[in-house]
Design a binder for this molecule. Structure first.
Ligand code: PNS
Length: 160
């Protein structure tokens, strides 16, 4: 079984994430989307809510599973027999840090990181920017799956 992980915060999942997960699902037998549990950083959505949204938007793919993890990503990979980490690269600015993490992870565990170039129409999308734009009333409907967009607007309204 060729299994890969797409790790991240996914607060919330965007069309950019979905693009990478969908393409990874075409290359591997199984793709695990793993949400980082970060006790030091409170997100807009809880980890459970993020996982729910991910499960909903990846349901049509069939070979994608949603999970969460804490601690080192490579420990999660080892425990779940995952040999590859798939990451999307949006721009050159992503590369320095991603390369550093990829090399560290490779040296720690032998798990390889595969970089996939984000489709150009998604290259500027980041969850943090989407949240900021939506908070100030900007239209982000085209950047998110419809169900996620709806939940983002609800959450922002609750917090106003
Ligand atoms: O969506 P993000 O926040 O950019 O994802 C970052 C993530 C979760 C992929 C990265 O922070 C990570 O792998 N964290 C787990 C802790 C870890 O393994 N750290 C060492 C990296 S070399």
């Amino acid at each position: 079984m060729r299994r890969a992980v797409c790790p991240g915060s996914f607060d919330p999942v965007t069309n950019g994430h979905l693009d990478i997960v969908t393409r990874a699902a075409g290359l591997f037998d199984e793709v695990v989307v793993a949400v980082l549990v970060n006790k030091n950083k409170r997100g807009l959505f809880t980890v459970e809510e993020r996982m729910e949204m991910l499960a909903e938007v990846t349901a049509p793919l069939g070979n994608v599973r949603i999970d969460s993890f804490h601690g080192l990503l490579v420990d999660y990979c080892r425990a779940h027999d995952i040999r590859a980490i798939v990451k999307g690269l949006r721009a050159v600015s992503d590369f320095d840090y991603e390369l550093q993490m990829a090399q560290m992870n490779q040296q720690l565990s032998g798990v390889d990181t595969l970089f996939m170039s984000t489709s150009p129409e998604f290259s500027f999308i980041a969850s943090s920017l989407v949240k900021e734009v939506a908070t100030f009333g900007g239209d982000v409907a085209h950047l998110l799956p419809p169900a996620v967009h709806r939940r983002l607007l609800e959450r922002i309204a609750e917090q106003a």
